[in-house]
Design a protein around this ligand. Structure first.
Ligand SMILES: [Zn+2]
Length: 511
């Protein structure tokens, strides 16, 4: 058995690819304490959001494949995320409130209903794209008490101050501000201030430093408000992650992840708050996922290249009915830190790869009952290919190389094909399970019943009946009838393949 490779990731804090060494152990086994920023539940999550959640999922899977213990926390932001979040102290409207007031928001009874709906959708998309469940999925609104306590502590230890509009973190009180992003110095702050002014955003003139950011906003008219020592209001966005990470993972966590847009100001502010509260380093490693482009352009609603996960995987006509595992495969086909161009061509290629994995799984499952002596050559070659895939993942999540190793294995198994016997099929099954645990692209892990395939397809009976009729027609050399049936199947979105064992069918890729 070869020894495990070393998991290495690019650390935004040090700008180096570094070996990840969890600080704690559980009975000699490394224990990774890991926090990843989740979405703001004001709308359907888009594929760019999910690419970042998938990076966290792949880190988790790789750590687990190495045999580590993991505690994985990813939050749901359901309050406090304002529209101008690219500024250190965002202003503008709360994204949740804005969503409620939009056309799509009309169907919700109130803001709590909206938050609940989009959280439920998120969880379904999460399952569909085969992401592993976190150990804890805390919601900002369920941790208001802890956030208020943290703000009180920051006021007490001189890192925060009060104005008539809110409580602010004093950036000048934390000399390390800017250590993650390299930003947050005066020039950036002035730039941010100027941007705010040109957008006619109301800023608080009582702020001591333009870099200071809100910990608590006083607002007794906000749709989500809580009573605090400073009256009615709601927490700033950044404080939730500092507080919830500490609550579930301790004062110093191993790894913190998120999209590259979160480096500044969100993660910079999380560090300032958390380290000012504890006096200890907040996170030892920081991993950030690069934004994706769609068909070579920035994804935007106005360009018509904006895709939510729902747009792709929901059955027609609501969505495009694309296999969720194909979407997963496409989104992980580029390394998380490199520029990534999501195209329908690579989605098609991903769908073919997932289809091949599914077909080889069926081949292996069918061969498991064959009672014949094992093939000696197959096991070591599959072992080597899995080791190659794991080593690629440990190399800063080199997903393209990992996927290439997996496809090599598929080719190998297809080459053996019908000669696969019981012993080698069992080994192949183990290999497919290992590959699925590492990359999640072979089969759904969460709820197989919610992912229909041809075996439990609602059309299955109808299709089988038509195929039987077509076989009869062909036997009777009634080709006009057999062609008509093929057209009928085609209209149902079914592709027929004539093989030596008779006609087989599958759903056509709807892309
Ligand atoms: Zn966060």
């Amino acid at each position: 058995m070869p020894s495990n490779p070393v998991l290495q990731l690019y650390n935004t804090l040090t700008k180096l690819v570094e070996p990840i060494t969890p600080a704690a152990f559980i009975q000699d086994t490394p224990h990774l304490r890991f926090y990843s920023c989740g979405p703001t539940v004001y709308s359907y999550a888009h594929i760019g959001n999910f690419r970042s959640f998938l990076t966290a999922d792949l880190i988790l899977r790789t750590a687990q494949a190495l045999g580590w213990k993991t505690t994985y926390v990813t939050n749901v932001t359901d309050v406090g995320h304002l529209t101008e979040d690219d500024l250190t102290d965002p202003s503008g409207e709360d994204r949740m409130v804005k969503a409620l007031q939009s056309k799509e928001g009309e169907r919700f009874a109130n803001i709590w209903d909206l938050a609940r709906y989009y959280t439920e959708v998120l969880l379904r998309d999460w399952d569909s794209l085969n992401l592993r469940e976190p150990d804890v999925r805390p919601r900002a609104t369920e941790h208001i008490r802890q956030q208020i306590e943290a703000v009180e502590q920051l006021l007490a230890n001189g890192h925060a101050y009060e104005t008539s509009q809110g409580i602010y973190f004093s950036v000048a009180s934390f000399p390390d501000y800017g250590k993650l992003s390299g930003r947050g110095h005066d020039a950036d702050a002035l730039e941010a201030g100027a941007a705010a002014a040109t957008r006619e955003v109301v800023t608080d003139s009582e702020k001591r430093d333009p870099r200071d950011f809100a910990l608590w906003k006083k607002d007794d008219a906000h749709l989500m408000q809580w009573y605090s020592p400073w009256g009615w209001g709601f927490p700033g966005w950044h404080i939730e992650c500092s507080v919830m990470a500490k609550a579930y993972l301790g004062e110093t966590i191993d790894l913190h992840a998120g999209g590259e847009d979160l480096i500044f100001p969100h993660h910079e502010c999380e560090i300032a708050q958390a380290e000012s509260l504890t006096g200890k380093p907040f996170a030892r490693y920081w991993a950030h996922t690069r934004f994706l482009q769609v068909e070579g352009e920035k994804m935007s609603k106005s360009k018509g290249n904006f895709y939510t996960v729902r747009d792709l995987i929901a059955p027609e006509p609501e969505g495009r009915g694309i296999d969720p595992l194909a979407v997963r495969m496409a989104l992980i086909s580029g390394q998380y830190r490199k520029p990534f161009n999501f195209t329908f061509d690579n989605l098609k290629a991903a769908a073919r790869h997932v289809q091949r994995l599914r077909e080889v799984s069926a081949l292996v499952a069918a061969a498991i009952e064959h009672d014949a002596p094992g093939d000696a050559f197959l096991a070591p070659r599959l072992d080597a290919l899995y080791a190659k895939a794991l080593a690629a993942m440990c190399d800063d999540l080199n997903t393209p190389d990992a996927i290439a190793a997996v496809l090599e294995g598929v080719k190998l198994l297809n080459g053996v094909g019908a000669n696969l016997n019981g012993a080698s099929a069992r080994r192949a099954q183990t290999w497919l399970d290992q590959v699925n645990a590492l990359l999640g692209v072979v089969a759904p892990e969460q709820s197989p019943s919610s992912h229909p395939d041809t075996t439990d397809d609602p059309f299955a009976e109808q299709v089988e009946a038509l195929l039987a009729e077509r076989a009869e027609a062909r036997k009777a050399k009634d080709f006009a009838r057999s062609d008509a049936i093929r057209d009928e199947l085609d209209a149902l979105g079914i592709e027929v393949m004539d093989t030596a064992e008779g006609a087989k069918w599958r759903r056509k890729l709807s892309i």
